[in-house]
Design a protein around this ligand. Sequence first.
Ligand SMILES: Cc1ncc(COP(=O)(O)O)c(C=O)c1O
Length: 352
Amino acid sequence: MKEVEAVLKSGFIAQGPKVAEFEEKFAEYIGTKHAIATSSGTTALHVALLCTGIGKGDEVITTPFSFAATANTILYTGAKPVFVDIDPKTYNISPEKIKEAVTRKTKAIMPVHLYGQPADMGPINKIAEENNLKVIEDAAQAHGAIYKKINVGLWGDMACFSFYPTKNITTSEGGIITTNNNEFNHDARALRAHGESERYEHVILGYNFRMTDIAAAIGVVQLKRLDEFNAKRIENAEYLTEHINTIDGIEPPYVAENVKHVFHQYTIRVKNGKRDELREFLNNEGIGTGIHYPRPIYKQKLYEDLGFTANCVEAEKAASEVLSIPVNPALTVENLNEIVSVLEDASDRILS
Ligand SMILES: Cc1ncc(COP(=O)(O)O)c(C=O)c1O
């Protein structure tokens, strides 16, 4: 609050020195040369796609099991999202399915590090290299996640993070692009500010996707606490898994080898068609739940109306079985024990 007040008093309340400071600190945290702050995770993805020159007639391979923004940003550019199925254990895009979906029109792959668990970037980058494709990581849910000792945000040509309030750190609304590519850095800065090369010189069609110094001031403070927040999320997740993994009918989250999963969500799989019943039971006991996500993106009305179809059996199954339960860093041991005890209760009444 003090930092926000200082910004308000400084007179620089739109994009100014705080945004530059936040960009520098975020780039340093991830280990990239550049970080370009934007008004949201959505605008970060939109700008990143535009930097690669993707547009009408191009295809971008992505997962249907994500927030709509992932695919919507592809539509904004005029390109076509091509949805491929997920790995049923991690819920992340399946590299084998990507391979089968590559066509002459494919220009990029957009993997999502869902729930804070890195997508399988080794094989994904190999497919990209073999087919001359760009990789844009949707890291909206994965600040501080690591795949094979290398931070998420360093694997793709560009990566995009969101700072929406539910995320591992927030700026209220906000997003950021990380990249080591000087040209993408230059273009992204122009695209977020009406394509200006200098004040009132517009060289390309850009947008107003800028972050404010008010938001960046929150981000600078939050970033200092990211590792602490993530450590607490991981501790909470481990506690929950340890105590619920013997409950029949529930599958706790799977953590792949060689990754640091930062548990943006702690998502269980509820077997035997009991997900909605369990959700109601938890909600009646005062435990908040979420469904991330209730249907694959191609089954959203917008996408159906646009004629999208796909056959992603695992994504469809996951959409009917997943349930996110609380994992946020503010939870106490008492809160966690209450969640476990309500789940044990549900196990007797509903799940068995
Ligand atoms: C996977 C994913 N991609 C993109 C976004 C878009 O981010 P924002 O809400 O900041 O626009 C979000 C978050 O909401 C997300 O979860």
